[in-house]
Design a protein around this ligand. Structure first.
Ligand code: ATP
Length: 276
């Protein structure tokens, strides 16, 4: 792992339609070669953070009103999404977006578009994706819209990988999928990270699985980072997990979370962390 982070997000604020604040000063770092989890409940700001990095928020009338984002040390705040993909930064959108009326293989081929590979390269890359997801090879001719949810998620990830990315922004890969399929997808993420050095910023509501595969994580609430630290330390914090990822009562869990946080070496950020 090299010292320079592949992604640095510094104190960014995002507003939708010029009046709905979604992020209120989010900072995070993805070290080169790392898997970093971005955790939080519904509406916490995970998707907005990913879309701010890939510059897709403008398409939804979102605006980065302050802060700085650097990819491999270069400011990318104004970079067009397709130029980022050319430079190896790609996003897999939430909800496993596929072109439903195209076949699995046509979907995958589209992902290579930004690289303009020659035929041999393209075929080699397709085989690589089929090696990672053998099920997609069996289903290569099926229309993506008629494949299972798990297969569609694999197509969405496979299409992103066809761009040969260095950093993948992966939005809620576990959403709506059976545990076994989720496991399979996270194992592939781990293999890509281990064998090819691909870095991941992984947005998830399912903290338990995300923190099993990530080295570190950030917890968002109300558009702010309320805690961050090493994955094993964050995993220790069931109180934090309860409070931010559903079911918890922030007021009642405060003391326990505070003491466990101190033991586990997790840093709270700003005032919101104290209310855990
Ligand atoms: P989820 O897991 O439900 O997708 P999230 O953590 O990804 O949640 P975001 O989708 O980033 O959260 O939403 C953050 C805040 O911004 C929420 O209050 C949400 O309602 C608001 N928001 C998101 N997208 C838009 C949009 N296109 N226009 C207006 N407000 C939006």
């Amino acid at each position: 792992m090299s010292a320079a982070p592949i992604l640095q997000v510094e104190d960014i604020a995002v507003t939708y339609s010029q009046l709905i604040p979604a992020l209120r000063g989010v900072s995070l770092t993805v070290p080169s070669g790392a898997i970093v989890a971005l955790l939080g409940g519904n509406g916490a700001g995970k998707t907005t953070t990913l879309k701010a990095v890939s510059n897709l928020i403008r398409a939804e009338r979102g605006e980065l009103t302050s802060g700085r984002i650097a990819y491999r040390g270069d400011a990318i705040t104004d970079a067009a999404p397709w130029t980022l993909a050319e430079r190896g930064l790609v996003q897999v959108l939430e909800g496993r977006r596929c072109f439903a009326h195209l076949s699995v293989e046509e979907n995958l081929r589209l992902g290579a578009f930004v690289r303009r590979p020659d035929r041999a390269d393209l075929e080699a890359d397709l085989e690589r994706i089929y090696g990672l997801f053998p099920r997609l090879k069996e289903r290569r001719k099926a229309l993506a819209g008629y494949t299972s949810g798990g297969e569609q998620q694999m197509v969405a990830i496979g299409r992103a990988l066809m761009a040969r990315p260095a950093l993948v922004l992966l939005d809620e890969p576990s959403m709506g999928l059976a545990p076994q399929v989720v496991e399979e997808i996270f194992e592939t993420v781990a293999a890509l990270n281990r064998d090819d050095g691909v870095s991941f910023l992984l947005a998830e509501q399912n903290a338990t699985i995300a923190l099993r595969y990530a080295q570190s994580g950030y917890v968002l609430e109300g558009g702010r980072v309320v805690a961050h630290g090493k994955a094993d330390a964050l995993l220790e914090l069931d109180a934090l997990r309860d409070a931010y990822l559903g079911g918890g009562k922030p007021g009642t869990n405060g003391a326990r979370a505070g003491s466990r946080r101190a033991r586990a070496g997790v840093e709270g950020v700003g005032g919101a962390a104290r209310s855990v």
